[in-house]
Design a protein around this ligand. Structure first.
Ligand code: PFF
Length: 454
């Protein structure tokens, strides 16, 4: 492990470094902000069960698929498809990934900026008696400059880490930040589950209500699986390209899935018991974390301390994911266009910041614009397109590529190189050829029907 390949491509310095970096990409706002509110909106444990099925039938096979494509080609997503299918249009799948990374990071940095701002806003929100927490949040996001400033700060941190390189930037920060994240999460859970009345929240979280399950729920679960595992846009192709054939792959992929799913489930235990114990509702949607939780912290013993910790957790999780999004675009510019890493990171960071501005301004200067059928604001619209269309489409096309063009036998052989724990078998080929494409197509069609046509 470590060092460079024959063409001078940097490699991860250790197995743990790679797992933590990939898990850092996976664990993000998706786990701590999106997963709990999706669960709250879609009937608690019923959503979780569907989500877990999606993870095992679609998530794991696709994670392996992307890592193999990256490792075997040692390239960014566009270069990977070009290398395996030269002179065909398949490179467009990689290009779709790079484009999706662009779009996701542009609005991801907006929400990440809110969470950075809340590391200190939560102090005011919990200290001021009788404050209306909806007003605080709406006041923050609808002010013109403040959210833009936090978004810019967040993008600057992201660019700084990517400019430092794979090992000295991505791996180093993932190795520092992921353990911190885990410790904070455990502290928050211990606080939440020991509040009097916490049991009701645990029951809500654990008791399935299938009455609320619709086509939108299924699409919600599948898009959450894609988003949470950083699938369908080439992050794992890119991170896989810094692995060597001597490195373990099937078990590493399983570790990443396990850490990501575990942290999403644990985040629910940090949130729902506290929300219910202090008499609040769980179905608040995207505002759950920014409106309901500060109100919860305001009433909790040592709430300021836990409030700061929570928003630090959210910001750290967002940062290790954002770097992976920027790395895809950066790797593409370095490999395909011969750019220097620093220039690529800075230029792309700036462009992505600008592309994200309409999502921020959607709550202030551009308020009132929305895409018919897709919720109420521009950020929702970015989110819907990225998660419900681009990511599943990217995953679907990558599966079809491995399943029918490159061939699953070759993919399995490549994935098993360097493995020490367990080997992929034909079951993986079956999932990639049949189960993954069929499920993605059916569920995308159902979700689009529910969103627009019904
Ligand atoms: N997986 C990240 C999260 O759960 O917040 C978000 C994300 C990162 C999505 C990278 C997609 C991606 F390529």
């Amino acid at each position: 492990m470590g060092g460079f390949n024959d063409n001078g491509r940097e490699h991860w310095a250790s197995r743990a470094g790679f797992i933590l970096a990939a898990a850092g990409s996976a664990v993000g706002l998706g786990n701590i902000w999106r997963f709990p509110y999706m669960t709250g909106e879609h009937g608690g444990a019923a959503f979780i069960i569907i989500y877990l099925i999606a993870i095992f039938l679609i998530g794991y096979p696709l994670i392996v698929n992307e890592m193999v494509l990256g490792r075997v080609t040692q390239r960014n997503p566009v270069g990977a498809f070009k290398a395996l299918a030269p002179k065909t249009p398949w490179w467009l799948v990689g290009a779709l990934g790079v484009f999706t990374g662009f779009v996701i990071l542009s609005y991801y940095a907006v929400v990440a900026g809110w969470s950075l701002a809340y590391v200190y806003k939560v102090v005011i929100a919990t200290r001021t008696a009788g404050i209306d927490h909806t007003d605080v949040f709406v006041g923050h996001i609808s002010s013109l400059w403040e959210p833009i400033g936090w978004q810019a700060l967040f993008m600057t941190l992201t660019v700084g880490i990517i400019a430092a390189g794979v090992v000295k930037g991505i791996q180093r920060w993932a190795t520092i930040l992921m353990p911190v994240l885990f410790i904070i999460l455990v502290m928050l859970i211990l606080r939440a589950v020991t509040l009097p009345g916490a049991g009701e929240g645990v029951a809500y979280y654990m008791k399935p209500d299938f009455g609320e399950v619709t086509g939108r729920t299924l699409l919600g679960a599948i898009s959450q699986a894609f988003f949470s595992l950083s699938l369908g846009m080439g992050v794992l192709i890119t991170y896989g390209s810094y692995l060597s054939p001597k490195d373990e792959l099937p078990a590493n992929a399983m570790c990443v899935v396990g850490i990501d799913t575990g942290i999403a489930l644990l985040a629910g235990f940090a949130i729902f018991p506290a929300v219910f114990a202090l008499g609040f509702q769980a179905g608040a949607g995207p505002g759950l974390v920014f409106i309901t939780l500060p109100a919860v912290f305001a009433q909790m013993p040592l709430g300021i301390f836990f409030g700061i910790l929570f928003f630090l957790l959210l910001s750290i999780a967002a940062l290790t994911s954002a770097i992976s999004l920027l790395e895809v675009v950066t790797a593409w510019l370095i490999d395909e266009k011969g750019w220097h890493r620093k220039n690529a990171a800075i230029c792309m960071g700036l462009v992505i910041f600008i592309v994200g501005l309409p999502a921020t301004l959607g709550y202030s200067a551009l308020g009132g614009f929305s895409f018919p059928g897709l919720g109420t604001d521009l950020l929702d619209t970015y989110d819907w397109f990225a998660n419900s269309i681009f990511l599943p489409l990217g995953g679907l096309l990558a599966a079809i590529f491995a399943g029918y063009i490159w061939g699953t036998r070759k993919a399995i052989e490549e994935a098993n190189k360097g493995r020490t724990v367990f080997a992929l078998g034909n079951w993986w080929g079956f999932l990639i050829r049949y189960v993954v494409p069929v499920l993605i197509i059916v569920i995308m069609a159902m979700g689009i029907y529910d969103s627009f046509i019904k």
